[in-house]
Design a protein around this ligand. Sequence first.
Ligand SMILES: C[S@@+](CC[C@H](N)C(=O)[O-])C[C@H]1O[C@@H](n2cnc3c(N)ncnc32)[C@H](O)[C@@H]1O
Length: 218
Amino acid sequence: MRHFRANTSFRFAGITEDVQRLKTLIRSALHLISWAPPLSPSLLNIACGRADETGVLLESFASHSLSGIYVGLDLRDAEIAEAKKRWGHLSSIDFPIEFRVADASSIHSGPRKITFDLIFIRHQNYWDAPAVWERIFQQALAQLNPQGILIFTSYFDREHELAVAALRTRGARCLLEIPHTQSRELPDAKGKSVDRMMAIFVNPSFADKRPAILVNHT
Ligand SMILES: C[S@@+](CC[C@H](N)C(=O)[O-])C[C@H]1O[C@@H](n2cnc3c(N)ncnc32)[C@H](O)[C@@H]1O
């Protein structure tokens, strides 16, 4: 397996361990739904912020790939600049890694001509701006390949439930909901922890019609 190392260290203590735990969570989730990315995967990381998750996403979905594409989008200039600094050295002609300042809720600002095998949203922020996130989810589903998957994680249980409901309302089908048993608690808000919950959704065109796997907190 290839490892994708950042060019600069993460900004805060604990992130290296958080993203390693995220990798384990992704591996368990993919195993549970029996999904594997194509050999030349197209990956979209929406609301990527500083894109701490990039290395783990490349290791999880492209570790054997000689070609593919990775696009990270966020509204914030400073975060995207930091993401480019951290991961830009991994970009190649056959596997471009791009970070763009873009509004993911608007069809006019994202990468329109391409659809994706994997769309990943880490720490979706639904209750910050529900109407915006409704549009982000709408755009994400429109950019998902028929056999592609949309994965998101959440900081809070309630915010997670709201995002799940928003996707269901838009016709998306839930394949998996799983709590992160090793999630690190964060002191700035009650009930907040890193990648606390993960869900995986697909469009109705997705071939496998098995019912959702729902794993509860124990
Ligand atoms: C909670 S942060 C998560 C950042 C990163 N994924 C992580 O987990 O560290 C939520 C991110 O959503 C981004 N965001 C909010 N609305 C957005 C939009 N309409 N388009 C793109 N990014 C957006 C914010 O700028 C912020 O970086």
